[in-house]
Design a protein around this ligand. Sequence first.
Ligand SMILES: *Cc1c(COP(=O)(O)O)cnc(C)c1O
Length: 367
Amino acid sequence: MNETIQFMDLKRQYVTIKEEISAALSAVCEKTAFSGGPFVEEFEKNFADYCHSSHCSAVNSGTSALQLALVAAGIKPGDEVIVPANTFIATAWAVSYVNATPVFVDCTSNTWNIDPQKIEGKITKKTKAIIGVHLYGQPFDVDAVKSIADTHGLSMIEDCAQAHGALYKDKKVGGFGLLGCFSFYPGKNLGAYGEGGAIVSNNGTNDQRIKSLRNHGSTIRYHHEELGFNMRMDGFQGAVLNVKLRYLDSWNKRRRTIAQMYRNGIKNDKIRMQSQPSWSSSVYHLFVATVDDRDHVMQYLQDRKIFCGLHYPIPCHLQRAYSHLGYKKGDLPNAEYLADHCVSLPMYPELTDAEVSYIIDTLNGIN
Ligand SMILES: *Cc1c(COP(=O)(O)O)cnc(C)c1O
């Protein structure tokens, strides 16, 4: 292989849809529909349909989506919200933004999703919600988490930032709990050309509240019902996402094919992969493996022009930003093991079969 294999390569996708994107961006300019507006509304309708949800509110990032979901769920200062320790930090930020406290729970040792058996021990009188994360594109055990939430009168919110189109028991993620939050950060399976996010739901009252909150707490111009935010999606992102949504299923299909190639082809017991429960159908936002000597593996691959990522090298509970919560090393061992041993292989629809085979052969050569 002469060419370097980047961990991510957004340019390869852009060149396949360049004309449609240019036309969509021009249309926004022609209509001067820059903030919210018809392109965003069209996307909201299309994305709600895609998720088999009745409502969708588009916002300016996945982090904002989570924050507004928590406001809509009635999370108040001093409340506690359960979140997995192994996730992108934004899941926890949202809890802190509403002045509630994130309570971190370990993942299972093999699926790397939140461990439902470890949730109940963390529930207190202050607990109000659980945010489950469909990590790397693989659904968490929704029924198990939902039944705990229902038993204790908690809201379940789904962080679907990595899982557009993933299936749990043959149903799309996003509609299982009170609210489902998505990110359209450029590198996500459905990525904007800038920042973006959305909240889907099957509850019109919550959706109306979120549409007001993102728009300065206003439904009638200059009348402000409550403290609001400027979190609208911009028109360019709505237009780009309308184009890209049409390709999402074919891109996810290609990710699944590449994942199958990795799973069948990697035959090196030094490299361990995520366990896949039978009820889950991942969309492989990331393809993460664990290895004993990560530095050696990454250097070996890099010397052969293959670049990997780390998701994530420090679990949330050990981040300095959360040191005041008093967690220490050893508290959540599975998440800590993952942080120390994970490595993310290149995973995007535009990888060629030859590149995937080269990555597999290279991995099989590590000893
Ligand atoms: C990307 C991501 C977010 C945040 O989304 P942004 O659009 O970057 O704000 C939240 N949670 C998870 C799990 C993510 O991967």
